[in-house]
Design a protein around this ligand. Sequence first.
Ligand SMILES: [Zn+2]
Length: 133
Amino acid sequence: MTATTPEQPSPSTRLARGLTLRCPQCGGHGIIVSWFKMRPNCPSCGLLLDRGSRDFFIGAYLINLIVSEVLFAIILGTIVWATWPATSWDALQYIAVAAIVVAPLTTYPFTKTTWLAFDLIFAPPADKDWARR
Ligand SMILES: [Zn+2]
């Protein structure tokens, strides 16, 4: 670490910022353009949000899948537990299909910013990770 290297946020700070749709590096807002689109770089600190790789967010899709499946299992398990033994399997079938569609869409931007936070924890930003000003 050199004297010019800025202090890095702690892992818990990066994750908290990622989970709240803020830049994991600086905590700045505005990195999300729309529910399905991020800016190419943070408007506050200039961090390249895809870290210079086109396939950077494949890890975010994995997190999205895991979170969606866990939410799906919790919701279905809770419904079956709460209504047992008179569980309406027909209604549960429709709820399951709706949950499979809604959960990944709902968690999509959060999983992208959380993935970015995870990546920055294990590979802090280098010179190549900053937009040219
Ligand atoms: Zn930033």
